[in-house]
Design a protein around this ligand. Structure first.
Ligand code: ZN
Length: 121
């Protein structure tokens, strides 16, 4: 992959990373504030717990993406960015455009989603 293209994806990755880091931090602050608020009535508490649960599952997902973004940035450094971590073939540009932290080409991703891909890690 040429340098310009890699820089383009790197920029996307870094922007997404900055945005997600902000969201994860805000979510954690919100969780702490909700915990220390003792003046709420029980109905408020219940809806708060629900919101927290939603935020928590969202932030788990965000953390996962953050990890994948870090791995992608590492692959840029290792000069392996854009190559499928499983078969080593180039990941389709359309796929990288949508998911710049994609680890697998579309074929391997499909296998993985069906539980047919053996990870070598
Ligand atoms: Zn592959």
């Amino acid at each position: 992959m040429d340098k310009e293209k890699i820089q383009y994806y790197e920029k996307k990755l870094l922007e997404r990373r900055a945005a997600l880091t902000g969201i994860v931090e805000r979510t954690e602050n919100y969780g702490r504030e909700a915990d220390t608020d003792l003046t709420q009535d029980p109905a408020d508490k219940a809806s708060n717990a629900y919101t927290k649960e939603l935020l928590f599952s969202q932030s788990t997902n965000d953390r996962l993406i953050l990890t994948l973004i870090d791995e992608a940035l590492q692959r840029i450094e290792d000069d392996e960015y854009g190559l499928c971590v499983h078969c080593g073939k180039e990941v389709q540009p359309k796929r990288l455009e949508a998911v710049p932290w994609a680890r697998h080409c579309i074929t391997c991703q499909d296998l993985q989603e069906r539980g047919l891909l053996e990870e070598e890690e």
